[in-house]
Design a binder for this molecule. Structure first.
Ligand code: MG
Length: 266
């Protein structure tokens, strides 16, 4: 069942989203060679709680931390720990913030120091895929229009889209209907209507799309151990333009500008 939100509720979700954006900005200053991923987690939890909010992930189905910290071949759900970041790593940081009972969910993959051309292409292409998805998050479109746009941009960049992990509705619960896949034909799936709020979250690899689950039961990694990326916004469908509730970056205006920046990978 898809639960639509009224403008006052969307405003509350945006307040949660604003704290989330500030959390990511704080973490960005700390992502550097030598840092332990558990330090990032501690900083995030401290900051979120200092804002009167709670980290949505902590305790969710038993998840032990406030952020997911997924390095290199990890796609999502990496548990922060004693691992140190190294120059040339990439790290996907996924954060959920709950404020007054409303959840915001967003993620971003960061380079650590100087990264390879493959990593740069992966980050650029996945971020562009997110933006392409968001541009299609319009009342009257269908979920498949988002999915298709994400897939097209990701694959045009030479990336693979992970099939078994999808975006989702978000609201009072972190995972609501509908599912928002990152692949598929346009014009299919649930109709997008004003008041729906969804997490659009392309998850990609620089190799093949197959993933496996780690021994800790949480982390998902690319089966071929290729680098993986994850970019996510929580987005409200409005009568007009899509409204990003977790704007860690400004949505680029023109499709042309994005496609011109795309380069096929080697
Ligand atoms: Mg999500």
């Amino acid at each position: 069942m898809i639960v639509k939100k009224n403008p006052a509720e969307i405003e509350k979700m945006a307040a949660a989203g604003a704290i989330l954006v500030d959390t990511l900005k704080l973490l960005e200053t700390k992502v550097r060679p030598g840092v332990h991923t558990e330090e990032l987690d501690r900083a995030a939890e401290w900051f979120i709680r200092s804002q009167g909010a709670t980290p949505s992930f902590k305790g969710y189905r038993g998840f032990p931390a406030s952020i997911c910290a997924s390095t290199n071949e990890l796609v999502v759900h990496g548990i922060p720990g004693p691992q140190r970041l190294t120059d040339g790593d990439i790290i996907s940081i996924d954060v959920g913030v709950t404020l007054d009972g409303w959840v915001a969910d967003a993620a971003r993959t960061y380079p650590v120091g100087a990264v390879s051309a493959t990593a740069e292409n992966l980050l650029m292409g996945t971020e562009a895929a997110l933006y392409a998805g968001v541009r299609n998050a319009r009342a009257g479109n269908r979920v498949g229009d988002i999915s298709h746009a994400v897939q097209q941009v990701a694959e045009a960049t030479g990336l693979s889209v992970v099939r078994s992990l999808v975006g989702h509705g978000v609201g009072r619960d972190m995972h609501e209907d509908p599912q928002v896949p990152n692949f598929g034909p346009p014009g299919k799936g649930p109709l997008l209507e004003e008041g729906m709020v969804i997490a659009i979250e392309p998850m990609t690899t620089a190799g093949k799309p197959d993933v496996r689950i780690a021994e800790d039961g949480w982390a998902i990694f690319s089966q071929d151990r290729s680098l993986a990326a994850h970019f996510e916004f929580t987005v409200a469908i409005t009568a007009a333009d899509p409204l990003v509730l977790t704007p860690w970056a400004e949505l680029p205006q023109a499709d042309a500008a994005v496609s011109a920046s795309l380069q096929p990978s080697a």
